[in-house]
Design a protein around this ligand. Structure first.
Ligand code: MG
Length: 248
């Protein structure tokens, strides 16, 4: 059952999303070569605390960080630690906020200093694929219209779509129904209704789509070691079209 949100719920989810987007802006502004992924995590925790909200990932299924920080070949669920961020890296920051019981989820991939052209294109295509997916989050569309639009665009650009991780419903829990794959045939799954709130999150690889989990049990990396990019927004399906909640 996919929960439908009331107008009051959507107002609270928007507050949560605005907090998250403003924290993300500050993290983006402070990203520098020489920082560790733990530095980003600690800063995110402090910024979320200042907004009187909670870091939704902290302790989720035992996750040790407030943020997932995934560098280059790391796709998602990068565990914050001593890894030093270098000029030329691309860094994915995935962050969730719990504001008075209302959850929002967002990810961006950022270039650090001067970055190779193919990595910049990967980031641009990943970002654009999210925009394309969001446009399909319309009342009366099927869920996998989102999935199909993302995969078609990404593969036409010569990149691949991660299969093992998918987007999800969100609201009064971090993960709700439905699962939202970033690949597959259109016209399947539930019809989208006003009041659904979806965390749409394409993960795009420069090489092949296969991935593996490293020894820490969390971090997913590309099987071929090529870079990966990840963008995510929390989006409300409304009668006036999709509304991005994770926006300042
Ligand atoms: Mg998510």
């Amino acid at each position: 059952m996919i929960p439908l949100k009331s107008q009051k719920d959507l107002t609270m989810l928007k507050r949560s999303g605005v907090i998250l987007a403003s924290v993300m802006q500050k993290l983006q502004a402070s990203l520098r070569p020489g920082m560790t992924t733990l530095d980003i995590d600690l800063l995110s925790a402090e910024l979320i605390r200042k907004e009187k909200a909670l870091a939704a990932f902290k302790g989720y299924k035992g996750f040790p960080g407030s943020a997932c920080v995934s560098v280059n070949e790391e796709i998602v669920h990068g565990v914050p630690g001593p890894r030093v961020i270098l000029e030329g890296d691309i860094v994915s920051i995935d962050l969730g906020v719990n504001y008075e019981g209302f959850f929002s989820d967002m990810a961006v991939t950022l270039p650090v200093g001067k970055v190779e052209t193919d990595r910049l294109k990967l980031i641009a295509v990943a970002k654009q694929s999210l925009d394309i997916g969001i446009k399909q989050a319309q009342v009366g569309n099927y869920l996998t219209d989102i999935s199909h639009s993302i995969q078609s665009f990404v593969e036409a650009q010569g990149f691949s779509v991660v299969r093992q991780f998918v987007g999800h419903g969100i609201g009064t829990a971090l993960h709700e129904e439905p699962e939202i794959p970033n690949f597959g045939r259109p016209g399947l799954g539930p019809l989208l209704k006003s009041g659904m709130v979806l965390a749409i999150e394409p993960m795009i690889n420069l090489g092949s789509w296969e991935c593996k989990i490293i020894e820490n049990g969390w971090t997913a990396v590309t099987a071929d070691g090529a870079p990966s990019a990840h963008f995510e927004h929390t989006v409300a399906v409304t009668n006036k079209g999709p509304v991005i909640l994770t926006k300042v």
